[in-house]
Design a protein around this ligand. Structure first.
Ligand code: PAF
Length: 284
């Protein structure tokens, strides 16, 4: 695996690969890699011939009150995992590479960022869209891979790519779960043993809502029953939202529309950790 730290150098490596006929797959990450990230690398290796991973903890997507300093950075372990997956290139830029002195250009995606994560973390998606746009311009991938777990982020990136005509295909890969159902996340490492057990409340509440939705309950009742189910199970978890939305627009859905899936989305705080999860549901 080639480890590259500058924009100039990564462009050189990718230009050479392109010249020799390779297609470029790109997996942007903030490190602290887990099976979810590794599944994106495997998807990239299947579909394209050069798998490029970036590890960059992007400061502009963290609010001052959030966990930027504390965000895990186990770089040696990450490199070993990437080597094992036969990753071709690791792009490991510094803050100065991504945000040169005097940086003042941001990408703001409209209404799709207003609710849910965008409401609770008002500057988050501006930071995500800006860094992803910048990374797309640096790497110029044919295909970029993102996880379904961050469903709103996936929708924001797809919208940005469509609106600004980025020549990249976006692939959203299924959420990878622990054996007991907990969605894999770098933030799971903030959970102590008891909190880890309680964290199952997210996937269990989603399952409850999914069952109710598929058995024909109204969307309003599914949400009410889901919130009650969560309340019964919780010890210290705090439910932030449980909603049913259109996964492309992130607008609230109140019934199934022809052929369109809906997504049930959930966010909860458990101790220091803030966790999100979702499931896509089709009309039966
Ligand atoms: O999902 C993430 O890890 C980050 O939001 C991303 C897409 C790498 C941008 O910093």
């Amino acid at each position: 695996m080639e480890i590259v730290k500058s924009v100039l150098e990564v462009r050189r490596v990718i230009a050479a690969a392109r010249k020799s006929g390779k297609t470029i797959g790109f997996i942007p990450t903030m490190g602290a890699l887990h099976e979810g990230h590794l599944s994106l690398i495997r998807a990239s290796k299947k579909k394209t011939s050069l798998a490029v991973v970036s590890i960059y903890v992007n400061p502009t997507q963290f609010a001052p009150s959030e966990d930027l300093e504390k965000y895990p950075r186990p770089i040696e372990k990450d490199i070993a995992l990437l080597e094992k997956e036969n990753t071709d290139v690791l792009f490991l830029p510094s803050n100065d590479e991504i945000y040169p002195k005097g940086f003042s250009t941001f990408v703001t995606v409209g209404d799709i960022t207003e609710g849910f994560e965008g409401l609770l973390r008002p500057t988050h998606f501006r930071g995500v869209a800006t860094v992803v746009a910048s990374l797309f311009n640096i790497i110029q991938p044919d295909v970029a891979f993102f996880g379904q777990k961050d469903l709103q982020q996936a929708a924001v990136i797809k919208r940005m790519v469509r609106d600004l005509h980025f020549p990249v295909q976006i692939e959203i890969c299924k959420t990878v779960r622990e054996g007991d159902g907990l969605a894999m996340s770098s933030r799971n490492r903030y959970l102590d043993l008891q909190e880890r057990e309680e964290a199952l409340i997210l996937s269990q509440t989603l399952l409850n809502a999914q069952d109710n939705l598929q058995s024909g309950l109204s969307f309003a009742d599914v949400k009410l029953k889901g919130a009650k189910f969560f309340d019964k199970l919780k010890k210290k978890a705090i439910l932030e939202y449980l909603d049913i939305i259109n996964p492309e627009t992130f607008q609230l859905a109140d019934s199934f529309k022809a052929k369109e899936d809906v997504a049930i989305i959930i966010a909860a705080r458990i101790g220091e950790a803030r966790l999100i999860d979702n499931v896509l549901v089709s009309k039966k």
